[in-house]
Design a protein. Structure first.
Length: 557
């Protein structure tokens, strides 16, 4: 690879590597996600620096990963003995290619896709972009093979100009950003070991996950000084099943679940209000009952969970919101069931029965403790269910653990059990009450002003990368107390989705995102804008790196 790159400009290098990597299908959880790691390592080994220092580019397996995936690391040491280190990181996996339909065979072929879209009249914007010659199409072109390419190009540059470094650069290329984030999570012990063994001081992590126009005609390039977090609040609604011929005597969990969705889904009253930030509301990602086939019995249970972005709020506060929403949904359902039953008695003249439609609301922690106080062995039941559900989707396994408790419960009354399902992503950002953070934001602002004067680009600095990012796992801002409502209500979290809170806190690496620019990430029209991503961004990240290593380390918190 180096023989090809050495005669190219920086922009040409970035474009060449991007196209090369897009052609390497690395869909999440596929064989390609495994094999591309070896190819990236091979590319690094062609750089003269790593031929001189072969032990500074290596592969680390991800402990316990069922697919045998690995992380790629590379380390460039500056000429001084400085421990100051900037971390570059990008993810190597992509989402699937099924959305390409009958041209799925072209999904990883940028040149052929370019030709296709040049004559594709059903999307005039994509067609115009294809005809301009400024865009590269293909799965992973913007999310984020181009980001990997930019980091590799800068790594190559600094490997040949180490005199510009007042410190070191560590590169991490990891899998599984598009799913469970096991790549970055698996890298945390390695980052911690490197910090200890080489006495490194991680000053900053630079991710270059893609940015995109936020509205039609938007050309601003957004630089994010942190990333949003994510929770997955979940509800298992247990009703009272009945024959449809006796429907008014039941408590339909689907109706209760619908009330929950009505109160939570896309509800901006539940979102934070932070001026200048793109704040997204909670979204229902899953809702279905527990019936496995058609019968004329109503469902006994219904399951649902929500994507909930975190910005400045905490898991403790979200727990309070979700429990309030559940209590309100339960009350509305109770009143509706009672009113319909009264109408039934009025219409039919049937004698009334003494029926209760009361629905209890409990957290997973509370429910388990309540059962244990009755002398029930919850631990054995949970461990048995864990062994029975190996290989199942983590969210569904979590529901199964709640269901195992329900099966122990002798009362079987209607209730809503609230808990959290995997994954959990911490939120983090540069805060105003930290001196080093303030200095970093001031330095970034100056860098962007200088870049704008040269490139004529319009930059805007914001706190939160609005989508999900591996940068979430490099720093955590909640206190232990604020995390407890999450950790205590994450069923068997240490087994299903261990959140390495201690490791994250020990590392505490400020993370920013300077992303490649493009459109339609996760769509079949995905494409990266070459003039910015390959011409402007590499130098912007390069200037940030050198400035951070010279200025940022001298500022104490």
């Amino acid at each position: 690879m180096y023989e090809k790159l050495q005669s190219l400009t920086t922009a040409e290098q970035a474009e060449y590597i991007t196209e090369y990597l897009v052609e390497w299908n690395s869909v999440n959880a596929s064989d390609g996600e495994v094999s591309i790691v070896r190819e990236l390592h091979r590319i690094l080994q062609t750089f003269p620096y790593f031929q001189q220092y072969p032990d500074r580019a290596w592969i680390e397996p991800i402990p316990g990963d069922p697919h045998g995936r690995q992380n790629v690391f590379a380390f460039i040491k500056g000429p001084s003995s400085s421990a100051q280190t900037v971390l570059y990181h990008s993810h190597i996996d992509t989402v699937g290619i099924e959305d390409y339909g009958n041209i799925k065979h072209l999904a990883c072929s940028p040149k052929e896709l370019l030709s296709y879209f040049q004559s594709y009249a059903n999307d005039l914007e994509a067609q115009a972009d294809a005809k301009s010659g400024d865009w590269m199409f293909g799965r992973g072109s913007v999310d984020m093979k181009s980001g990997i390419a930019v980091h590799l190009v800068n790594l190559l540059y600094f490997s040949e100009h180490t005199e510009e470094l007042n410190g070191n650069i560590l590169l991490l290329l990891n899998p599984d950003e598009e799913s469970e984030h096991c790549g970055l999570i698996g890298a945390l012990p390695v980052l911690r070991d490197l910090k200890r063994s080489h006495d490194l001081q991680y000053l900053l992590a630079i991710n270059n996950d893609f940015i995109a126009p936020l509205y039609e005609g938007d050309t601003t390039k957004y630089i994010y000084t942190g990333t949003a977090g994510k929770l997955l609040p979940a509800f298992f609604v247990f009703g009272r099943e009945v024959h449809v011929g006796d429907t008014l005597a039941g408590v339909d969990p689907n109706f209760v679940a619908a009330k929950l969705t009505e109160r939570i889904h896309n509800n901006y009253d539940l979102t934070e209000h932070i001026p200048g930030e793109l704040i997204l509301p909670p979204t229902c990602l899953y809702q279905r009952d527990t019936k496995e086939s058609y019968t004329v019995q109503t469902a006994s249970g219904s399951r649902l969970y929500f994507n909930y972005f975190l910005y400045e709020t905490t898991a403790e506060q979200v727990t309070g919101q979700m429990l309030q929403a559940a209590r309100q949904a339960a009350e509305e359902a109770e009143q509706y069931f009672a009113a319909q039953y009264d109408r039934y008695i009025e219409v039919t003249g049937m004698p009334p029965k003494n029926i209760s439609w009361e629905i209890d609301v409990k957290t997973y922690e509370h429910y388990r403790l309540e059962l244990e106080q009755k002398g029930l062995d919850t631990q054995t039941a949970i461990q048995k269910r864990l062994s029975e559900t190996t290989g199942m989707d983590l969210r569904l396994r979590s529901f199964e653990l709640v269901h195992a408790l329900r099966e122990l419960d002798p009362d079987k009354t209607p209730q809503i059990i609230f808990f959290y399902a995997p994954p959990f992503l911490p939120h983090n950002y540069l805060t105003e009450n930290n001196r080093r953070h303030r200095k970093m934001k001031a330095s970034l602002s100056a860098i962007l002003q200088e870049a704008s004067a040269v490139t004529k680009e319009t930059f805007e600095m914001r706190n939160f990368f609005p989508y999900l990012s591996d940068g979430s796992f490099l720093s955590i801002q909640e206190s232990d107390a604020e995390l407890q409502p999450l950790l205590k209500n994450l069923p068997e979290g240490e087994t299903l989705y261990p959140v390495p809170v201690d490791a994250i806190k020990q590392l505490n690496i400020s993370s920013i995102n300077m992303g490649v620019y493009g459109k339609d990430g996760h769509k079949w029209t995905e494409r990266v804008y070459k003039p910015y991503s390959f011409h402007v961004l590499p130098r912007l990240i390069r200037n940030t790196t050198t400035r951070v290593l010279h200025e940022y380390a001298a500022v104490k918190e």
